[in-house]
Design a protein around this ligand. Sequence first.
Ligand code: ADP
Ligand code: MG
Length: 360
Amino acid sequence: SVSVTLQHVTKRFKNTRGKADIIAVNDADFVIEAGELVTLLGPSGCGKTTTLRMIAGFELPTEGKIFIGSEDVTMLPPNKRDTATMFQSYGLFPHMSVFDNVAYGLKLRGLPVEEISRRVNETLVLVGLKDYGDRAPSKLSGGQQQRVALARSLIVTPSVLLLDEPLSNLDALLREQMRIEIRKIQKSLGITAIYVTHDRVEAMSLSDRVVVMKDGYVRQIGAPDEIYEAPDSRFVAGFVGKAEFFPVKVVSKDGGLWTCSLGNKTVQVAQAAPDVNVGDDAVVMARPESLRFEEKGKGYIDGVVRLNVYLGNSMESFVETSFGEVLVQLDDPRSKKVYREGEEVSIAFTPDRVRLLSKN
Ligand code: ADP
Ligand code: MG
């Protein structure tokens, strides 16, 4: 397998109605290592598909360069690149059998019939459709059609597999099964894969690394646990998981510990985004499971429990505070003191479980 490199890649679309151009992708600059599965994650319209289409060769960058391995592919057409793309719509040929759909790419290349037959059968086994070669696509479930589309992408043994929201037409349970299957297949083949999604759970559970995008910009790149535990902005913190933000004034920094004022309390925070400075108005970002309860007056933020939601292995408490509603998640609630709805309580956290972020 090979790496994929984007060097200062920008894509501008001319607006035909005399308005300003759309900058779909703005100075994307990162490397996807050989054998990695990297997701492009972000809200609709942030430039994920455009980035993928430039890697595939369906769009040319306005500026910048794209490399597959050490080869500069920036100006090459799609069929001259060692990539295969799987789209959201399966695009199967309805009048062809599953076997012929999967064989299509190899037939185009004029391979011998026996080799085609062997490789189609191997690939159908790989995607769990061993006995389905004779079926028509219309006689398959959505999930099975998705597997055929995957087989069709994989059979040409591309060095890089590109997937654009491939599971968004499937129901929730099937989506979960298929994403685990795609991950297993990708790992077993050791193929480099780039996966576009707006679904944070999908991105977090599937990826070696996640590229978080917004408005055409790459906002942060990291392993799933890095972007969850150590987001560098409010946007990334909120997009990859549930997050609470408490407004603070940063008072001082001593060793690795930041001291801040939060309302009339003093709190300490062990990590901060690179753009936070002493003297700033900032926010303390906390994941709901990083918060805990103390008796009224003993923590940092006093409030009243408004709703408890029991979830088996955890409990979510919605607490009304002077900073608005705060979600506290208690893991293993049986081992902890639970505060009832209507009870007064105080919310606290430890310095190493929260992070300082700039206000905007
Ligand atoms: P995503 O896949 O993250 O939803 P896209 O890459 O499809 O985002 O789109 C990014 C931006 O570029 C959007 O504002 C979209 O409207 C615009 N865009 C995409 N393709 C074209 C095109 N062919 N012509 C003009 N604008 C486009
Ligand atoms: Mg898209």
